[in-house]
Design a protein around this ligand. Structure first.
Ligand SMILES: Nc1nc2c(ncn2[C@@H]2O[C@H](COP(=O)(O)OP(=O)(O)O)[C@@H](O)[C@H]2O)c(=O)[nH]1
Ligand SMILES: [Mg+2]
Length: 83
């Protein structure tokens, strides 16, 4: 199953993805876009795509039609950006 990971820049998408993948809570040094990780949870296998949101990088958005679902990540501590 292909999943698309979306959310505002700096929401913590890449950190979330790599922490789930490694099963460890660590700080992620750099973003490499676009990138995807295969995550296994029980018998389920998910291919999660982490695309850059900046305008120049949006050509990768053409892959959206092959996605089965969306994960939308919100930084609940970033109160300024809720408005
Ligand atoms: N305190 C804290 N910082 C986080 C957390 N997740 C990500 N960050 C930091 O927030 C910044 C943006 O994270 P990143 O994963 O690059 O966000 P992205 O732009 O959505 O991919 C980085 O400096 C991360 O280290 C978290 O759960 N807690
Ligand atoms: Mg990122």
């Amino acid at each position: 199953m292909n999943l698309l990971l979306l959310g505002l820049d700096n929401a913590g998408k890449t950190t979330f993805l790599l922490n789930i993948k490694s099963r460890r809570v660590t700080e992620v040094a750099i973003n490499v876009y676009p990138h995807n990780e295969e995550i296994k949870i029980g018998y389920n296998c998910f291919d999660v795509f982490d695309f850059e949101g900046r305008e120049a990088e949006r050509t990768s958005w053409k892959y959206y039609p092959v996605m089965d679902g969306i994960l939308f990540l919100v930084d609940a501590a970033d109160l300024k950006r809720f408005s």
